[in-house]
Write a protein that binds this ligand. Structure first.
Ligand code: BO1
Ligand code: ZN
Length: 262
């Protein structure tokens, strides 16, 4: 793949990336390029089952790197199971990665094509681990669903979220956001790729079963522009737009990407 601009070394200067950019001895880092013809159809992969309770949605938080929509994960009310997963996993938060322009922004790529943005729905294995923090340290601790965003028609489900973004423009702002069903952000096609990987920001732990949906969702230019109006910076600091908050591609190494479809 042609290397995307590491955002003119934007990641290394962002405070989040003061910690190492790579994990010494890492063998399953994310994101990766998904080379379609190198992925292996696995007929034993089950359909992914998603069951979210909109009432578990709590708030939206600008954490200075993305905006996070966080959920009450003290019970099994918002869960996924099936797919490549051996247990059910609880929804903790979702967030996005995006570019300064539409030519890049996603973390994963398909045949070296990047999308303008990528949604991550972050879940943890509450069957095996007592807390999210413990799950983050374990190979089967997390399951993240990745959904590509492409330019097209306005997305009505996303618009509810977009309307709330001006209230969390600055780093460290939080607003209440109760009742939202993130399954409205899921593409209709059930097909996905799956592989063993890592978190894409520090602590970069190799704890993630990635489930990347094949079909992107459509959003319009205004919706992407609303993402780009957010700031990396706190109120009172010199304004830095929140754009290019993606990690560069990582080597596949000794891994197979499996597909749920032929
Ligand atoms: S991602 O989905 O691979 N981009 C990703 C990257 C980093 C995190 C989550 C997802 N980090 C974790 C932090 C925790 C925090 C948690 C939930 O996110 O390690 O400290 O509690 O928001
Ligand atoms: Zn992410």
């Amino acid at each position: 793949c042609k290397r995307r601009p590491d955002s003119l070394h934007h990641l290394p200067v962002h405070p989040l990336w003061q910690s190492p950019l790579t994990i010494p001895g890492g063998t399953r880092q994310s994101p990766i390029n998904i080379q379609w013809r190198d992925s292996v159809y696995d007929p034993f992969l089950k359909p992914l089952k998603i069951s979210y309770d909109p009432a578990t949605c709590l708030h939206i938080w600008n954490n200075g790197y993305s905006f996070l929509v966080e959920f009450d994960d003290s019970t099994d009310r918002s869960i996924i199971d099936g797919g490549p997963l051996e247990n059910q996993y609880r929804l903790k938060q979702f967030h996005f990665h995006w570019g300064a322009i539409n030519d890049w922004g996603s973390e994963h790529t398909v045949d070296c094509k990047f999308y303008p943005a990528e949604l991550h729905l972050v879940h943890w294995n509450a069957v095996v681990y007592p807390t999210f923090e413990e799950a983050v340290m374990e190979g089967d601790g997390l399951a993240v669903i990745g959904v590509f965003l492409k330019l097209g028609a306005r997305h009505e489900g996303l618009q509810t979220l977009v309307d709330a973004l001006p209230a969390v423009k600055h780093k460290d702002t939080v607003i209440e956001f109760d009742v939202f069903d993130p399954s409205c952000l899921m593409p209709s096609c059930p097909d996905y790729w799956t592989y063993a990987g890592s978190l894409t920001t520090p602590p970069l732990t190799e704890s993630v079963t990635w489930i990347i949906k094949k079909q992107p969702i459509e959003v319009d230019e205004d919706q992407l522009e609303a993402f780009r109006m957010l700031l990396f910076t706190s109120d009172g600091e010199e304004e830095k737009r929140m754009v290019d908050n993606f990690r560069p591609l990582q080597p596949l190494m000794n891994r197979t990407v499996r597909s749920s479809f032929q």
